[in-house]
Every structure is written in C-alpha cells, then in structure tokens.
Design a protein around this ligand. Structure first.
Ligand code: SAM
Length: 230
C-alpha cells in the first residue's frame, strides 16, 4: 500500500477514507495483521495493524523489507489522448517499469489539459498491484519543442514511427533512453524535422500495422524492457 507519510521504524501511520475502508471492510484486517507499505522514498516496510476502527486504521511500522527500488532509466514522452486511454497508458507505463512520464503537446494534440492527480492515482494503483515501490515521475504537459530542447546526447530518443524504421528490439540497449509516441494524428512534417535533427534520435518501427497511440506506447515500452531493461 502506498502512503504519503515518510516511513521509518516505529512510525504510526493513520489511514482514513478509501485506504482504511479497503483494509478494514474489504480485507477485514484485525489488530496484529501484517501490511506492506511503501512511500516512494525509503522503500518497502512491514507494518502491523495497531488499531482497526470503522473509518480509521492505525498501522505501526516495524521493519524495512527492501530499499527503494531502482527502475531502468526509461522515459516515456507521449502526447495526451482521451481520458480513458491516457489512464490506461500511464497504468501500463507504471507496470512495465518506466521511470518518468512526460506529456508532450504536439501540433495535432487534441487534448491539452491533463488531470495529473487522477493520472498519479492510476499510477499508485498500478504500482500497488504490480509490487513496484518507486513511482514514476509525472511531469506537467509541455510543448514538444520545449521537451526536446537541449536533449542530452547520452539519452537515446526512440521515435516510434509508423512510417518505418529499424525494429525497436535491434536499437534498444541498456542505459538512459526515452520513447517518443505521437498523437492519434501523428507528427507533422515540421515536428519530424525537429525530431530528426536530434543527434540521439532513432526512428523505430513497431511492425507493419498502425497502432493507436496508447497501444504503441505500451508495445514500445514492453519491447524496450524485454530487450534492454533489467
Ligand atoms: N496518423 C498516423 C497515420 O495515420 O499514419 C498514425 C498515428 S498513430 C495512431 C499514433 C502514434 O503511434 C504514432 O505517432 C507513432 O508514434 C505510434 N505508432 C503507431 N503505429 C506504429 C508503428 N507501427 N510503428 C511505430 N510507431 C507507431
């Protein structure tokens, strides 16, 4: 379970609302029951239920189970898409092990506002479900040009290009990397020129079919993780 409060040995964690309801009413945990917690800073901890009230649950933190996980240094740059689809995209990015999600606004982006709190809640749920103890960073949306400005030479920029390129599995290698996915309408010629001018950029293919942006993002991250993630 993710908690905002910093965890340490002996900490008393008070849960209310949905989390208290989940542990009390859904899981029916009684005093003494073990619970695993993480805070996205210090790793994963073992706690036990100290007090189980109807709307409030107090947990006593006992021992650290593991330090904060290190995930592969992979960023995902993707243009915002419709609500249900972007929710799915961030959930899958978190499960697959992405370190940072950077929403980028492109010339054909149709959605330019994102509810970052909602997206972060989806990431937390995904992390809890897959046993991840380090949440991905989630940036404010910014224009593509700005996101690519001063792009570091050592971070490979993998441009998923439906018009073709090398197979991603052949290009992926361990080390800093970022996957760039276009909006449903694709990148404009001007944006393609901007991307191609970056020395660290590589155009890659995800196969002969045109995938929806959310499918392309999950497929690209999965291939990169299988070929280069650890
Ligand atoms: N509007 C474009 C068209 O009709 O040709 C399609 C854009 S596609 C729906 C959205 C994004 O997914 C693309 O910008 C690209 O980044 C990625 N994508 C989709 N299919 C891909 C493929 N087969 N290989 C690489 N990237 C792909």
């Amino acid at each position: 379970l993710f908690v905002e409060t910093p965890l340490h040995e002996g900490a008393a964690i008070v849960l209310e609302g949905a989390q208290a309801n989940y542990l009390g009413a859904v899981m029916r945990l009684k005093p003494g029951a073990p619970v695993r917690l993480f805070d996205d800073a210090s790793g994963e901890w073992l706690a036990e239920v100290a007090d189980a009230g109807k709307r409030r649950m107090t947990l006593a933190v006992t021992t650290r189970l593991s330090p904060r996980e290190t995930v592969p240094d992979l960023w995902l740059l993707a243009a915002p898409i419709k609500k249900g689809r972007i929710d799915w995209l961030v959930e899958k990015a978190c499960e697959l092990g992405v370190a940072r999600v950077l929403p980028v606004l492109t010339q054909r982006t149709v959605v330019d506002r994102l509810n970052l709190d909602r997206l972060r809640a989806h990431m937390i749920e995904a992390a809890e479900q897959c046993g991840r103890t380090a949440l991905p960073a989630l940036d404010e949306p910014r224009p593509l040009r700005e996101a690519l400005r001063d792009w570091p030479a050592e971070r490979m920029l993998i441009h998923a290009d439906e018009q073709g390129g090398a197979p991603l599995a052949d290009v992926a290698r361990p080390g800093p990397a970022a996957i760039l996915i276009g909006p449903e309408g694709g990148f404009t010629a001007e944006e393609r020129t901007l991307i191609a001018a970056i020395p660290a950029a590589r155009g890659v293919s995800l196969g002969p079919r045109i995938l929806r942006a959310d499918t392309a993002a999950a497929a690209a991250v999965a291939v990169w993780m299988a070929a280069a993630g650890d």
